[in-house]
Design a protein around this ligand. Sequence first.
Ligand code: XUL
Length: 525
Amino acid sequence: MPLFLGLDCSTQGLSAIVLDSDAWRRTVAFEHSLEFDREFPEYGTTHGVLRNGLEVSSPPLMWAEALERMMAIVSREAGLDIGDLRAISGSGQQHGSIYVNERAASSCQALDPRRSLAKQLDGIFSRAASPIWMDESTRDQCRAIDKALGGPEATAALTGSAATERFTGPQIRKFFETDRESYARTARIHLVSSWLASLLAGTDASIDHADGSGMNLMDIRTLAWAEAALDATAPGLGVKLPALQSSWTIAGALAPYWRERYGFPPAAVIVWSGDNPCSLIGTGLVRKGWLGVSLGTSDTVFGFSATLPTPSVGSHVFASPAGGYMALLCFRNGSLAREAVRDQYRMDWESFSRALRQTPAGNGGALMLPWFDPEVTPHAPAGVHRLNLDVADAAGNVRAVVDAQMMSMANRAERLWQPCDRVIATGGASANRDILQVMADVFGAEVYRTADANAAALGAALRAYHAYELSQGRELPWEQVVSGVTDVDERGRIAPVPANVAVYRELRKRYADFERLKSGRSGVG
Ligand code: XUL
């Protein structure tokens, strides 16, 4: 039976899902995850990242090593007839960038199957560390880019987002400003997605329109590099960027390295995309009116839109990997904040859940702003603020962190997506029913869990399937592509409790006031 591989290189690890597909249905045949800290301790990461004040990066070689280890597992340990693999695609954490010199292209094309991948990549980087989405160090660069383009609203109208600290353009500008020599030695700047696709295809893979939308460099209407944005970012940037292409483009066949070293067939490598765009597919959100909420390292809210949503400061508009668009909100203090509270009160997830069940919806008005790390939505420096909440009240603090996350998401989602009939929850924490009950009560909508918590890897595998079929002359409707594997389990439906919805309707206004007061901002964001 034809097989399709989806990989997801996220902040904390690399996951794989293999789909087995016959004419009627697709099933998950294999699933595996590697955690960076545990599997590759020599890189010294914590939760997959290296921190230096507001600068947050990851070692790109670690991602390459993880890719090779995963490919070895898929070929040797998955119990699959790997000769049936037709296509591979992937998902990368968005915005992260990799800087390579002019030797990279030839090294990538001539990988020696007798040697490990990472060893052969030594010496191709013009910047040792890859800045990632958690980096908050580019505020000055954002101001400069917005100014050059006519203000944050103008940048948003052009690129889909106002200049944003974690986005690739401001990161590139900072690199140029602080290390001109290395910038000059940089021949290519890849995203996590396009770089890993390049390693698989042994060629310079394109950036797909969806992940390209997270750079502050692409014109969100024409889906081409925006000259004005390139000029506002760094000189000579255009020639350092890969091409932009549709999300269903074939980058090439799996390179001889993978075929000779691991016995893979010459499967099609489909361009990779970002993790949020892939999650849109992996949660089956290819129609209007349904919202996705991913509870991961960052929490995100996203939804599909056939027409271009009006870009605004504080939200992001991306091209969708299924055509059309998607809007996205990103909250940095996702599992980071939930884990911080759990650890502070020496709990496990079971006692965290118990605390949610023991406390009333709305926490009797006790509020927390859970900005354990600097927050991006709204923009706020690190700081945990409490209102009517005793720090010694363990259960109250658990309720407060989850209430806060859901209210912050729902208040902003309401402005972007009307109506919202149902919420599809994904990501690690979506396995927790008590968290999802708070979500249903705060959003005032039915919540469903995705069948597979790793929506990004699943979305990548489904994208591989769709693109492969297209290359064979079969253009499948997206509803058909996602059906079966992304169907929610109706028995797992979590209904909002009307009395709780009423409590949160009031509390959400007070939460918004508290947030405005402490973030020092009056507007959206
Ligand atoms: C979205 C964002 C994060 C990353 C990592 O804008 O920064 O969701 O994609 O998951």
